[in-house]
Design a protein. Structure first.
Length: 114
């Protein structure tokens, strides 16, 4: 399974960005797909994940501002990030789990200026 991330960039506080993650190489919709992030000097943390059955898990720090959605037919997951804050600045990593092992995509940088 390979994960291809897109999106990210620089935005002012209060703005919006969208991240997308495409999972390829899986014979069926990957069980879980989502995003983690890692800010400088901090450990990697879960942002949002969605299972193939539609169960969504969103971190408390972004709940109400970030929306996770998934297209099983395309094996993609989209993270719509609204009302961004400077503390959302981090390297965001696409994540996948097929019930056997975890997969990581390349990081994409999100920078929120104050």
């Amino acid at each position: 399974v390979q994960l291809q991330a897109s999106g990210g960039g620089l935005v002012q506080a209060g703005g919006s960005l969208r991240l997308s993650c495409l999972a390829s190489g899986s014979p069926s919709p990957i069980y879980k797909i989502g995003w983690y992030r890692q800010a400088p000097g901090k450990t990697r943390e879960m942002v949002a994940t969605v299972t193939s059955g539609g169960t969504t898990n969103v971190a408390e720090a972004v709940e109400g501002r970030f929306t996770a959605s998934r297209d099983n037919a395309r094996n993609t997951m989209t993270l719509q990030m609204n009302s961004l804050k400077p503390e959302d600045t981090a390297l965001y990593y696409c994540y996948g789990f097929d019930r056997r092992q975890k997969y990581w995509g390349q990081g994409t940088l999100v920078t929120v200026s104050s």
